[in-house]
Design a protein around this ligand. Structure first.
Ligand code: FAD
Length: 556
């Protein structure tokens, strides 16, 4: 079944669940009128269905590969990327001063969802480029902005982010890449970066690498890291790509999925780079890119959930097997298949609502400068990332189950969704690290942001939901009082409980706006909200029991 962009569903969630009208009512985003939103969703939906979705299988079957040191991308990807760039989708939320559209990040996420459903491995390139534009807008000098941002927006050039090194994965502070001043305002960058998504391609005139490196006087750890722009081709006086820089793709990884995205080992041998932002403040600058990328990766998970769900439902509506209790005799009329499909649907809805609710907070924070919106967005970001990607993995797995044996056969395409989406729980900070961020940094306010969200939940008149919100409030108070190690031991469960409670709230809001949605909301409250209770019990158990099982016993 071909992918169909869920334009009406996106519109419903924006209008009736996450209150996008508040964003459109701000002066900054006054152009995001209902008509504009409709035009954007339909146009991006059409492109995703017609141009990007046909690239999904070719990208899997014909991975990006290295040919005499040059990256060759999968068939059709160059044209696909051009369609994304020409549609203006790279610079949707970028500053109009540089050629962007200045639209809310919420709309960018809606467009990204559709592009990711259609072809995740290609969509990863726009996601990286969008993140780079944002980081440059926030931290680059005016000269660098004027040189790079228009070309990134037009898609003439693409952007990457280079954090990871063999010994520095989650522990970014352990990086060894060096930056030495050249004496002319530029720096010589030397080191190796691994797993760099879209580290090179054969369709953009330049590839702009944002690279984390340490200056000679940089302290150990994350405090001594600076951020550099290191272009593949050094721009000449007119801003055109000039001499080749001293960097190269050493190899491309052979991956479980996401084959269309070239994941590169990059070698920098004294490559010329330019400082972005302040010396030693690279982590903060990179976080600008990573925060939205985190939400963006959550949306990637959601996008695969939507596509895998559509695919499975299409199959279930055709496959006949055994006698069914009622209906027209397809497997969708077996109670267990129906349960599976409904849980796919309920989780996908919840992941979408949580992601867009987070995006609305980020937009409101930007438009109003209000610290409460900022804290709300910051609290929701790790939840949107982890729950969105866990949902993508779970729904893609369920999609295979719905297909039965055909799910395990590559030709149906069901397996590709699971292979592609699996990495989303790993990159942009593993989901475990997201959960630790939630119970660590995001509770550093004593729980204020969490309590404010729970107030919103409790304001909804539903006894089960209010009960769960009360328990979550008590758990939050308990968390805030614990040592970090005990918080971390329960972090994933705390995040899951929050996602379940927020998901139920969004389902109930949807049912209030549209009575036809009440049965799915009831399913979510009866079958998914109870999971919050089990997660809350796990979240309180602390670290002691984990370490009571010795390494010796684990390894035995
Ligand atoms: C396909 C792909 C694309 C990628 N794209 C990019 C890219 O474009 N740019 C880039 O810079 N990087 C990229 N990465 C790297 C990615 O961000 C890292 O793989 C990720 O951050 C995890 O680091 P690691 O692989 O070294 O795992 P490790 O850090 O070794 O983690 C291993 C396990 O230990 C856990 N762990 C580690 N530290 C802690 C801790 N302090 N507390 C609790 N648990 C911990 C992790 O959660 C994980 O389960 C990509 C990776 C892949 C696979």
């Amino acid at each position: 079944m071909p992918y169909r962009a869920p334009v009406a569903e996106l519109r419903f969630v924006l209008d009736h669940v996450v209150g996008f009208d508040r964003v459109a009512a701000t002066e900054m985003f006054a152009e995001a009128t209902p008509e504009t939103v409709d035009a954007i969703l339909s146009e991006a939906g059409r492109m995703s269905e017609e141009v990007l979705a046909p690239l999904q299988r070719p990208g899997d079957l014909h991975p990006a590969h290295l040919e005499n040191g040059v990256v060759r991308t999968s068939p059709g990807f160059a044209e696909g990327f051009r369609a994304v760039a020409d549609g203006g989708w790279l610079g949707m939320s970028a500053d109009p001063e540089f050629g962007g559209m200045g639209l809310p990040i919420t709309l960018t996420m809606a467009v990204n969802e559709m592009m990711g459903s259609a072809c995740l491995s290609l969509q990863l390139n726009p996601l990286m480029t969008q993140g780079q534009i944002e980081a440059l807008e926030a931290h680059a000098s005016d000269e660098m902005k004027a040189l790079y941002i228009p070309k990134l927006i037009s898609g003439e050039w693409c952007g990457t982010m280079n954090l990871t090194e063999p010994q520095a994965g989650s522990d970014v502070g352990a990086l060894r890449t060096k930056a030495v001043p050249n004496g002319d305002g530029s720096y010589a960058i030397t080191g190796q970066k691994i797993y760099i998504s879209w580290g090179d391609n054969d369709f953009s005139a330049n590839v702009c690498h944002l690279v984390l490196a340490r200056l000679p006087d940089g302290a150990e750890g994350t405090r001594g890291i600076s951020l550099f722009m290191v272009p593949k081709r050094i721009p000449d006086a007119d801003g055109n790509p000039g001499a080749a820089n001293d960097l190269r793709v050493v190899s491309l990884e052979h991956k479980m999925g996401l084959h269309g995205s070239p994941t590169a080992v990059m070698q920098y041998d004294g490559a010329q780079g330019w400082l972005v932002g302040e010396p030693h403040k690279g982590m903060a600058a990179m976080f600008t890119m990573m925060n939205n990328a985190r939400l963006g990766v959550g949306v990637q998970g959601l996008s695969v959930a939507e596509a895998a769900m559509q695919h499975a439902i299409g199959y279930a509506l055709e496959r006949r097997q055994g006698r069914t209790h009622e209906g027209d005799g397809t497997i969708l009329d077996h109670a267990d298949v129906r349960r599976t499909v409904l849980s796919m649907k309920a989780d996908t809805f919840a992941a979408r609502a949580i992601a867009f609710d987070c995006a609305v907070s980020l937009d409101m924070a930007k438009a109003t400068g209000d610290a409460a919106w900022r804290a709300r967005g910051a609290f929701l970001t790790p939840i949107a990332k982890a729950f969105g990607t866990d949902t993508g993995i779970k729904v893609a797995g369920d999609g295979i189950q719905v297909h039965g044996g055909m799910g395990f056969i590559e030709e149906t395409g069901a397996a590709q969704y699971l292979r592609d989406v699996r990495v989303t729980a790993i990159y942009e900070g593993t989901n475990g690290i997201q959960a630790m961020d939630l119970v660590g940094r995001k509770l550093a306010d004593g729980g204020a942001a969490a309590f404010a969200l729970l107030d919103e939940v409790s304001a909804f008149d539903h006894s089960d939901l209010r009960g769960a919100a009360d328990d979550l409030r008590a758990l939050t108070e308990w968390m805030v009082a614990q040592e970090m190690q005990d918080r971390f031991a329960g972090a994933v469960s705390y995040l899951n409980a929050f996602a379940r409670v927020l998901g139920a709230l969004h389902h109930l809001r949807a049912a209030e706006a549209d009575g036809d949605r009440a049965p799915l909301a009831r399913f979510a409250v009866n079958r998914m909200l109870p999971e919050a209770r089990a997660e809350m019990a796990k979240a309180r158990t602390g670290a002691e029991e984990l370490f009571a099982v010795s390494n010796g016993v684990i390894a035995a």
